[in-house]
Design a protein around this ligand. Structure first.
Ligand code: NDP
Ligand code: GDR
Length: 349
C-alpha cells in the first residue's frame, strides 16, 4: 500500500477531476469530498470510480461540505491524508455578487475550517496543504502580476479568496505547517464549467454549427485573461506540494487574450470568420460569409466591478519548480471547440 494519501476537496469540479486522475497515475490513494446533490454531480470523475466491492480501489468519495466543520474534521481523521488539496469553492465570480455571504462561508471560512481541522487533530507536521488561490486576487493591479504584486480584490469571490490566501500564509508561519498557495491564472478545458466564458463560447460555437442555437449572448468582450489548460495547472499544484519548503507561486502562461479574441478563434475552428460592427452594448459579431449576426452583447452579463486585464508572470514557478505551461492558447481553444462539436453532433445536450 502506498504511503501517499491525498484528500481533495472540490473533487467533482474541473480541477478536482484532473488532479485525481494525475494522483491516481502517480500511485496515490485519493479521497475526494463531494456534496450531496439532488441530481448526479460526479460526471467528471465517474471514469475513475471502481466499485470497492469488486476490485482493489485507490479512489474513494465521501460526502462533505466546506460549511460543515465537524464533517471536515471527521473526514480528515478517517482518511489520514499526507496531502490536502483545497479546491472546493463557490468559484463563479459573477455569482459571488449574488451570494456574497455563502461565498465567504465556503471559500474563506471553509479554508479556515480545514486548517483548524489539521490543528485540532495535531496533524500540523504530518500533512501538506495546498490552497487554490487565484489571479482574481489582483483585481485591476497593473499587469504583469507576480507573487510581489499587491492584491486588490474586485468581487466578493476575490475578497473571500483573499482571506483564504492570508489564513494559509498565517498557519504556515504560526504553526510551521507545510501550507502553500498556488495563485493560478484562468485555466480551462473541455470539462470546464458551462457558465465560464470559454466553455460558454465553445459550446455556443458547436451548437450554432449544428443548428441548435442562433446567437451567442455575451458580456464584456474586452476583458483580458491569461488562459491555460487545466491539465498543466494540476501538475503545478502537485509540484508545489513536493517542495521541501512551503511557499506561494503564480502559475500562468504569460500571455493575455481578450474574450473577443477567444470568440474569433473559436469560430475559426469551424471555419467561420467573425467581424465586429457597432459600439458598446450595440456591438455585434457577424459571420463574414453569411452576414448573419452570431454574437450579441447582453449587459446582464456585465459585473458590478470588472477585472480588466490579467497577465501572469510565472518566472518563479519556472525557476523554482521547473513548471511551465505546455498547451498553447490556440490548441486549448481548438480542443474545447472540437470536443463540444463532437458532443453536439452526437446529440448530447
Ligand atoms: P469548479 O467550480 O469546477 O469546482 C468547484 C468544486 O467545489 C466543485 O467540486 C464543487 O462541487 C465544490 N464546492 C463548491 N462549494 C462547495 C462547498 N460548500 N462544499 C464542498 N464543495 C464545494 O472550480 P475549478 O475546478 O475550476 O477550480 C478549483 C478551485 O480553484 C476553486 O477553488 C477555484 O476558485 C480555484 N481557481 C480556479 C481557477 C480556474 O481558472 N479554474 C483559477 C484560480 C483558482 P459541485 O460539483 O457540487 O458544485
Ligand atoms: P473569471 O472567469 O471571472 O475570470 O473567473 P469567467 O470565465 O467567468 O470570466 C472571464 C471574463 O469573461 C467576461 N465575460 C463573461 N463571463 C462569463 N462567465 N459569462 C459571460 O457571458 C461573459 N461575457 C464576458 C467576464 O466579465 C470576465 O471578464 C475564473 C473562475 O474560474 C475563478 O474561480 C478563478 O479564480 C478565475 O477564473 C481565475
Amino acid at each position: 500500500m502506498t504511503d501517499k494519501i491525498a484528500l481533495i476537496t472540490g473533487i467533482t469540479g474541473q480541477d478536482g477531476a484532473y488532479l485525481a486522475e494525475l494522483l491516481l497515475k502517480k500511485g496515490y490513494v485519493v479521497h475526494g469530498v463531494k456534496r450531496r446533490s439532488s441530481s448526479l454531480n460526479t460526471q467528471r470523475v465517474d471514469h475513475l470510480y471502481v466499485d470497492p466491492h469488486e476490485h482493489a480501489t485507490r479512489f474513494f468519495m465521501h460526502y462533505g461540505d466546506m460549511t460543515d466543520a465537524t464533517n471536515l474534521i471527521r473526514l480528515m481523521q478517517e482518511t489520514q491524508p499526507t496531502e490536502i488539496y483545497n479546491l472546493a469553492a463557490q468559484s463563479h465570480v459573477q455569482v459571488s455578487f449574488e451570494t456574497p455571504e455563502y461565498t465567504a462561508n465556503s471559500d474563506a471560512l471553509g479554508t479556515l475550517r480545514l486548517l483548524e481541522a489539521i490543528r485540532i487533530l495535531r496533524m500540523e507536521r504530518k500533512v501538506r496543504f495546498y490552497q487554490a488561490s487565484t489571479s482574481e486576487l489582483y483585481g485591476n493591479a497593473p499587469a504583469p502580476q507576480n507573487e510581489r504584486t499587491p492584491f486588490q480584490p474586485r468581487s466578493p469571490y476575490a475578497a473571500a479568496k483573499l482571506y483564504a490566501y492570508w489564513i494559509t500564509v498565517n498557519y504556515r508561519e504560526a504553526y510551521g505547517m507545510h501550507a502553500s498557495n498556488g495563485i493560478l491564472f484562468n485555466h480551462e478545458s473541455p470539462i470546464r464549467g458551462e457558465t465560464f466564458v470559454t466553455r460558454k463560447i465553445s459550446r455556443a460555437v458547436a451548437a450554432i454549427e449544428v443548428g441548435q442555437q442562433e446567437t451567442l449572448f455575451i458580456g464584456n468582450i474586452n476583458a483580458r485573461r491569461d488562459w491555460g489548460h487545466a491539465r498543466d495547472y494540476v501538475e503545478g499544484m502537485w509540484t508545489i506540494l513536493q517542495q521541501d519548503k512551503p511557499d506561494d507561486y503564480v502559475l500562468a502562461t504569460g500571455e493575455t487574450h481578450t474574450v473577443r479574441e477567444f470568440i474569433e478563434r473559436a469560430f475559426a475552428v469551424v471555419g467561420r470568420a467573425i467581424r465586429w460592427w457597432g459600439e458598446g452594448v450595440d456591438e455585434v459579431g457577424f459571420d463574414v460569409k453569411t452576414g448573419k449576426e452570431l454574437i450579441k452583447i447582453d449587459p446582464g452579463y456585465f459585473r458590478p466591478t470588472e477585472v480588466d486585464v490579467l497577465l501572469g508572470d510565472p518566472s518563479k514557478a519556472r525557476n523554482v519548480l521547473g513548471w511551465s505551461h505546455k498547451v498553447a492558447f490556440g490548441d486549448l481553444v481548438t480542443e474545447m471547440v472540437m470536443e463540444d462539436l463532437a458532443a453536439a453532433r452526437a446529440g448530447k445536450p
